[in-house]
Design a protein around this ligand. Structure first.
Ligand code: 6PG
Length: 271
């Protein structure tokens, strides 16, 4: 992975990207929560709002638990945080597969957020309708003009062993979408109807962070970060004007060479 440095806020020079390897899942979760809080503070200082989109799966749940505890519970400017989702399984919130449900249990029920700050995907709607509904909600919140994409301050992603990210799966048309903000798709594990943000939205973000843990992810991490170009959705994540951070635990990084525990400086840069 080539590291290109951003020389200062506002200068449109090439990207800054980094790989950070942490000793354990607990250290990965602490580093992810630290980045979340640091970005939130910087954005609220600069523009009185922080917009974040959360992914599903098991890996982000460690970050949620750390954010719901001191010191980050008090340090994070929750009254100015808007929480959106990168993807959702079309199941009820109390279903164990619900991404909203997991975030609610481990984080949202433990921090002071008003209902208007929490924007779950409409998983109960007919998927195509739900996708349009969420696209409209994003368009209003980010005051988008036709053809524009929302610029989240932070997007948290995971990766599947097949190279999927969000609910954009290899071999599916969704990963090639260029116009819409949100899609209805089907697939993954669990193999259910889903809603997903598209790659143009992900690549419009000011900061994208991949959270990846476990030995079973080592091969896909090596493939996605390797020099060979593939059509794997996770390898298409290149924020146009933003920052890309990979936070890996030692097992997930076991097939690549990277500096242990480095990085996170400059996370305060707000475009
Ligand atoms: C989903 C996710 C998905 C997830 C990866 C990694 O809703 O399924 O958003 O993209 O991030 O499958 O999942 P794990 O963190 O559980 O490995």
């Amino acid at each position: 992975m080539e590291t290109l440095w951003k020389s200062g806020v506002g200068h449109t020079v090439p990207l800054k990207s980094e790989i950070i390897v942490q000793e354990s899942f607990e250290r990965l979760s602490a580093a992810a929560a630290g980045l979340f809080a640091m970005r939130a503070k910087a954005c609220v200082q600069q523009k009185r709002r922080f917009t974040v989109a959360l992914s599903g799966g098991s890996t982000p749940q460690g970050m949620y638990k750390v954010l719901a505890q001191e010191p980050l519970l008090s340090e994070t400017p929750w009254p100015r945080v808007h929480v959106w989702w990168v993807d959702e399984r079309c199941v009820a919130p109390n279903n164990p597969w619900s991404n909203y449900g997991a975030a609610k249990r481990h984080l949202l029920d433990r921090v002071a957020l008003r209902p208007d700050q929490v924007h779950p995907m409409p998983a109960e709607m007919v998927p195509d309708q739900g996708a349009r509904h969420y696209q409209d909600a994003l368009t209003r919140h980010f005051q988008l003009k036709a053809g524009e994409f929302p610029a989240f301050d932070l997007i948290c992603l995971g990766i599947g062993t097949d190279g999927h990210t969000a609910s954009l799966f290899p071999g599916q048309a969704g990963a090639k979408e260029e116009k819409r903000l949100v899609l209805a798709v089907k697939g993954g594990n669990p193999d259910v109807d889903r809603l997903s943000l598209t790659l143009p939205v992900i690549n419009q973000a000011r900061h994208v962070v991949f959270l990846v843990a476990g030995k079973d992810k080592a091969e896909i991490v090596k493939a996605v970060l390797g020099p060979e170009k593939t059509s794997m959705p996770a390898q298409q994540v290149h924020p146009a004007k933003g920052r890309l951070t990979w936070i890996l635990d030692r097992d997930a990084a076991s097939l690549i060479s990277a500096q242990k525990g480095e990085g996170l400086e400059g996370a305060a840069d707000v475009a």
